[in-house]
Design a protein around this ligand. Structure first.
Ligand code: ADP
Ligand code: MG
Length: 234
């Protein structure tokens, strides 16, 4: 599903340059649930943003579902992003003045789906994350965990090939974090490919594979023998 080879990325600041990714190689198959681990500043978000076509690498190749991602213009990149990728962020990124349902329906609106259809679909996805009764509520009326579940429903609604989550539990307490990861595990069980960036070991161990980033390279890439379930953690 994802294949990257010898990926490099530097940030230029004045005459200085910060080499953040120094030759990353890895691939992700359809249906995997992968954690990208590393301390703060290790380049996790930089890598995820490149995978999400929100940023471009300086060197290396990236293939997504068989499509080489290189030198895309903004329009083409946006088209691929909408078609291939769903995003979940630490800060939820919901629109404050829109209801949960309208937040989930918004990407469908941009895809040109008629109103009735997108509202039905939004309700369907809210139901899947257990929030149908909250459909007409504004984000400010929801808890952090509920907001993240709305964001997950929104990411799922456009049926992306890959879900990319950057510290999805970073703003949540541990109990709520485990609930959100439990939902991410369920979505993965349905066959969806998911990458989760985190700096927390316990969250990473709720994934099936952990890729450790350090100083711009992958220092370890391991299968999780015993994937942690949220119900074990109280
Ligand atoms: P992580 O997500 O693992 O905390 P990041 O990928 O956000 O790490 O950042 C890696 C390094 O790159 C950090 O030192 C950060 O300060 C730097 N960095 C990130 N984004 C930019 C940018 N747009 N411009 C300059 N430096 C950046
Ligand atoms: Mg980050």
């Amino acid at each position: 599903m994802i294949e990257i080879k010898e990926l490099h990325k530097s940030y230029k600041m004045g005459s200085n340059s910060l080499h953040v990714l120094k030759g990353i190689n890895f691939s992700v198959k359809k249906g995997e649930l992968v954690a990208i681990m590393g301390s703060s500043g290790s380049g996790k978000s930089t890598l995820l943003n490149i995978l999400g076509m929100l940023d471009e690498a300086d060197e290396g190749t990236y293939t997504l579902d068989g499509v080489p991602i290189e030198d895309l213009n903004e329009t083409k990149a946006a088209e691929y992003r909408n078609k291939f990728l769903g995003f979940i962020f630490q800060s939820f990124n919901l629109i404050n003045y829109k209801s949960a349902k309208d937040n989930v329906a918004l990407p469908l609106f941009y895809q040109g789906m008629p109103r009735k259809e997108r509202n039905t679909m939004a309700l369907d996805y809210l139901e899947r994350v257990g929030l149908k009764p909250w459909a007409e509520h504004l984000p400010s009326e929801l808890s952090g965990g509920q907001k993240q579940r709305v964001a997950i429903a929104r990411a799922m609604a456009s049926q992306p090939k890959v879900l990319l989550a950057d510290e999805p539990t970073g703003a949540l307490d541990s109990k709520t974090s485990y609930e959100v990861m439990d939902l991410i595990q369920k979505i993965n069980d349905e066959g969806n490919t998911i990458l989760v960036v985190t700096h927390e070991e316990d969250i990473a161990h709720m994934c099936k594979r952990i890729v450790y980033l350090k100083d711009g390279v992958i220092v370890e890439d391991k299968k999780v023998d015993q994937v942690r379930a949220s119900s074990y953690v109280q």
